[in-house]
Design a protein around this ligand. Structure first.
Ligand SMILES: Nc1ncnc2c1ncn2[C@@H]1O[C@H](COP(=O)(O)OP(=O)(O)OP(=O)(O)O)[C@@H](O)[C@H]1O
Ligand SMILES: [Mg+2]
Length: 490
């Protein structure tokens, strides 16, 4: 699998998580702006409605309580006269008393300030808003928000100064109609301004809370998503590594198997001519033994090498094509005695003593020749490892299989232990010792222990390699036990 393909599923998820963060952020920001602007709109509309009602009320109060009585008394309205001005001021103040009105102005037809709640503005020109003309010409009036800073800057300049946002309502000041067709003349333009900075600020705070909450929740969501992806990535990487390892093992096993087949057929072809070489050398050696000592020695070497070679070839063939074990009743103690008897001469020459601690009647079902080969290999390995004098302790017991052997707990079994006084197994290589051809030993084939294992497993048992408590290698062979009367059930 290519590296790009390996990364694909999670890089896709990663991109997706970033995109979802972006999407959540944008949509939450959009949502917050939508909510807060609709709140702002509602608030402003209510303010506007209120201001319009106030202005209409003011208009009628001015007309009834000031304009009419003044015209009746004086013939005309002249606000420059202090008495008229004060009269109007009283009327206006009685209406706006206690209401959130910042300023109130009346413009006359010369666009000058005819009345103002702020006396200093009186008579000044140039203060009227541009749309005052429309109102004076009879349009219905208008309202607008006037701000001293651009609206987009407002969120960054909180707390806002008083008067930053002002609602201005412009309304025609006119009398009341006498009848349905009576057109009332416009007397001036009424301007009412309200400071709505506080309300605006509250909306901004509300908007800020929504934005912050959305940001926090989307970042939290993204964090959780990111953690999950990271975990998934780790697990996936581990799985992929394991898969690669398994794939490699599979490939090397396949190679080994096909190589093994080739080597096995070569070994098979070598075995017969080798037998002929060996028997011919033996024959020739016997013939020349009395006449020519030099030739006899050479023939002896040929014979020995041929024996060694055919042993190796047989070992390999035994491993590569193990024969079906027979199903006889075998006394393991007897087989061990045979192997020990065969090795006795060699062992005593090298100063190796064997301590035998075998319980009686260690019966198993199987092939005594194969078991003999297995025990022989283990004993020879022990002797070779000690490379000189030493002891091999052979223990044999019948026991119940422990719990750990799933499904077979409580089954009777024969446990054999071969403990030598050599250097013990090298912990660095012990896990490879059962692999065919693995051998740190010079001149070894690395087939001894694999053959032992294949024989023992073929008998339904298992082999364990470890080091003894007080050093030395400990080879444990466990075989399913039987009694003399039992037959094997396949
Ligand atoms: N009793 C032991 N003590 C220490 N090391 C051992 C012992 N038995 C086996 N080994 C190690 O395990 C290796 C593999 O043993 P195995 O019998 O499979 O092959 P070999 O002995 O090297 O070759 P061959 O059996 O063909 O002569 C040995 O080379 C040795 O290093
Ligand atoms: Mg060996």
């Amino acid at each position: 699998m290519s590296a790009a393909a390996e990364r694909l599923p999670l890089s896709y998820a990663r991109t997706l998580s970033w995109l979802s963060l972006l999407f959540i952020l944008l949509s939450s920001l959009g949502l917050s702006f939508f909510i807060s602007s609709s709140v702002r709109e509602t608030l402003l509309r209510r303010q506007e409605d209120f201001a319009r009602q106030l202005v209409e009320n003011l208009n009628s109060q001015i007309y009834r309580r000031f304009a009419l009585p003044t015209i009746l008394a004086n013939g005309r309205i002249a606000l420059r006269q202090p008495t008229q001005y004060e009269h109007l001021d009283r009327v206006v103040r009685s209406v706006i008393e206690g209401l959130p009105v910042e300023r109130l102005r009346i413009y006359d037809f010369t666009r000058r300030v005819a009345y103002s709640s702020d006396k200093e503005d009186l008579g000044r020109a140039g203060l009227a808003p541009p749309n005052v003309d429309d109102v004076l010409e009879g349009s219905a009036g208008s309202s607008e928000i006037v701000s001293s800073i651009p609206a987009w800057q407002a969120p960054f300049r909180v707390p806002l100064k008083e008067g930053t946002f002002v609602l201005r309502v412009l309304y025609p000041l006119k009398g009341e109609p006498m009848g349905p067709d009576h057109k009332v003349p416009v007397m001036g333009a009424l301007e009412l301004t309200q400071d709505i900075t506080d309300d605006y600020e509250r909306v901004l705070a509300f908007q800020g809370i929504i934005v912050v909450m959305c940001l926090l929740s989307s970042v939290l969501l993204f964090g959780v998503l990111h953690l999950l992806i990271q975990r998934a990535e780790r697990i996936l990487a581990e799985r992929m590594q394991k898969n690669r390892q398994l794939e490699n093992e599979l490939h090397s096993n396949e190679r080994l198997v096909s190589m093994g087949r080739v080597v096995a057929s070569i070994a098979h072809e070598i075995r017969n001519p080798l037998g002929i070489i060996r028997s011919s050398a033996e024959l020739l050696q016997r013939r020349t033994a009395t006449t020519d000592a030099g030739t006899s020695r050479i023939l002896g070497a040929i014979y020995d090498e041929a024996v060694r070679l055919s042993q190796t070839v047989n070992d390999f063939l035994d491993y590569a094509r193990p024969r079906q074990p027979r199903d006889d009743l075998v006394d393991v103690g007897l087989v061990l005695d045979q192997a020990l008897a065969f090795l006795e001469g060699e062992f005593s020459r090298r100063g190796v003593t064997v301590e035998r601690d075998l319980a009686p009647e260690l019966f198993v079902r199987g092939d005594k020749d194969l078991l003999y080969r297995a025990f022989y290999n283990i004993l020879v390995n022990g002797q070779q490892a000690m490379d000189g004098p030493g002891t091999i302790l052979v223990r044999g017991r019948r026991r119940e299989s422990p719990e750990a052997q799933d499904g077979h707990a409580g089954q009777p079994e024969v446990a054999l232990e071969f403990l030598d006084s050599g250097p013990g197994f090298d912990p660095a290589t012990v896990s490879s010792l059962l692999d065919p051809f693995f051998t740190p030993k010079e001149g070894g084939t690395g087939l001894g222990l694999p053959i032992v294992q294949s024989i023992i497993v073929g008998h339904g048992g298992r082999i364990e390699l470890e080091n003894g408590d007080r050093g030395g290698a400990l080879v444990r062979v466990i075989l399913p036990a039987t009694t003399t009367g039992e037959t094997r059930h396949e």
